[in-house]
Design a protein around this ligand. Structure first.
Ligand code: UD1
Length: 351
């Protein structure tokens, strides 16, 4: 059986890793990289560090407006699918690479599977919300990570095409956690003596007033803040003449995945607007403060490990410095074996 995975952005490489390993020896697995992320630290480092085979094709699409970027991907993916004619196309998450591959596949009548189906923020300002809803409704097989995601799919009339497989990010996180457990805290910092922060959502970065208010809060914290600066944040702060490295903030480049996991494990807390990092913090039992009005990963909030800070940014510093919550042994994201279930789900459906 021939399965073609389409990926393009950093979180998708993380999800691809355990899935690519699970297909090894069981199916022909082709990797198509759209080139949405292209910096060494945003792309190649993940393939290398997570032992993912090099992409069979890289479209090299790069950055652009949503329309230009998605359109270029659609054209390139269609060309590759027409040549490879896989039995299944597998798409991941909610990026522009996901929706482009979904559209290309269904128009060519190629069976489409969506990994991380059913997540909803119910925030229609997020490009990702449209990408994931449209992809779910186009797909033939919906691979849901959680029971909450399954419930969303059932509510949207998609039950017949949906299957609960668990969360593949848990697989890769647990394997990495065990491999880096003995690493020291990064940049000469002490265990539990710093906070890890990331910011890249347009709703936070593109309005200079909001971005300034977030940076002010981070700068005021009583612990050093390692700001792992996404290129988008650096570019937009630069364009509005905003200094990021002040007060408690230490600006560093995005970290390779194993270093990120290690840095979060040793930190006092995480402040982020990333989807994946909220969940990684929870799985590592590190308190997270999410700079968004809502989250797709509602379990992290319900279990007390994630606090949302949306409109009222003055609450950010206090939330970030709160004490750790009551310990929990809940496993809403599975136990680290989801990728095998994903492979089984696809292979059992045949060509
Ligand atoms: C994309 C995804 C988002 C995901 C994020 C992970 C969409 C709509 N958004 O957002 O869901 O959480 O990836 O990082 O698909 N840039 C570089 N080098 C790179 C990549 C990007 O410099 O390798 C800069 C460019 O200035 C670019 C900007 O970052 O314009 C934004 O990149 P883009 O891929 O459009 O979206 P992300 O913000 O990364």
């Amino acid at each position: 059986m021939k399965i073609l995975s389409v990926v393009g952005a950093r979180p998708q490489f993380v999800k691809l890793a355990p899935v690519a390993h699970a297909f090894t020896g069981r199916a022909e697995h082709i990797i198509l990289h759209t080139g949405q992320h292209y910096d060494e630290r945003m792309s190649d480092a993940f393939f290398r560090d997570l032992g993912i085979p090099a992409p069979d094709v890289n479209l090299g699409v790069g950055s652009g407006s949503h329309g230009a970027q998605t359109g270029a991907m659609l054209e390139g993916i269609e060309r590759v699918l027409t040549e490879k004619m896989p039995d299944w196309v597998l798409v991941y998450g909610d990026t522009n690479s996901t929706i482009a591959a979904a559209l290309a596949s269904v128009k060519l009548h190629l069976p489409l599977a969506h990994l991380e189906a059913g997540l909803r923020s119910f925030n229609r300002r997020m490009p990702e919300e449209h990408n994931r809803v449209l992809t779910d409704h186009a797909a033939d097989l919906l691979l849901a990570p959680t029971t909450v995601a399954m419930d969303n799919l059932v509510r949207e009339g998609l039950a017949e095409r949906s299957v609960l497989v668990g969360d593949v990010m848990t697989d890769v996180l647990y394997a990495t956690r065990d491999a880096v457990a003995a690493n020291p805290a990064p940049f000469g910092l002490g265990d539990g003596d710093y906070v890890v922060a990331t910011l890249h959502r347009p709703d936070n970065t593109d309005d200079p007033y909001r971005l300034q208010a977030i940076i002010d809060q981070l700068a005021s914290l009583s612990l050093p803040v390692l700001l792992l600066a996404h290129p988008r944040l650096v570019r937009l702060a630069g364009e509005s003449g905003m200094r990021l490295d002040r007060g408690a903030i230490r600006v560093v480049d995005p970290l390779p995945y194993p270093d990120l996991v290690s840095a979060v494990m040793k930190s006092a807390g995480v402040i982020t607007d990333s989807g994946g990092l909220q969940k990684e913090a929870f799985l590592l039992r590190v308190p997270c403060t999410t700079v968004r009005p809502e989250t797709e990963w509602v379990e992290t909030v319900e279990l007390g490990w994630n606090v949302l800070v949306g409109a009222d940014l003055s609450a950010l510093a206090t939330a970030a410095m709160r004490a750790a919550p009551v310990p929990t042994d809940a496993t809403p994201y599975g136990t680290g074996h989801a990728a095998d279930t994903v492979a089984d789900a696809l292979l059992s459906r045949g060509a």
